[in-house]
Design a protein around this ligand. Sequence first.
Ligand code: GDP
Length: 148
Amino acid sequence: TYTISMASRYTLAIIKPDVLVKQPHNIGTILKRIESKYNIVQRKQLELSLSDAERFYNDHRGKFFFERLVGFMTSGPIIPLVLSEKNTEVDSIKSWREFIGPTHAENARKVQCLRGEFGTSDTWNGFHGSGSPDEAIKEISFFFPEFK
Ligand code: GDP
């Protein structure tokens, strides 16, 4: 049988400031939706400093949307989460990326996904998900250094 390596058991999700600031009334619905498919293993709420946001998105430094992105990510509180698929045969990293949907709003609206439903633009897209096992490990320890 096929088993997922430990590296793909957990992913780092973020509920971004557009959700917390503009649609706090949807947070309950969103968390229920998440919990229908994932165990929320870790959860906190915080506000990123500019230097932490720049560090988190360091790979995007120099891109045209970088300043917009870090400005957005520091514009209000965020909820980082460590998620694990309830179905242990499934890769949590890939599954969560599919669950949030495409990065760009126009594409996200074409499919059933969290970004399509709750995101508003290419920058203000509501949710983050790690892109690979290496990224997941790095991003989980960024927000939850105590989680091993
Ligand atoms: P993700 O992995 O789907 O979050 O996408 P990326 O890692 O490529 O980009 C990080 C974040 O930067 C995205 O979630 C968006 O908030 C923002 N972003 C990415 N691409 C664009 C873009 O083309 N335009 C704008 N305005 N923002 C973008």
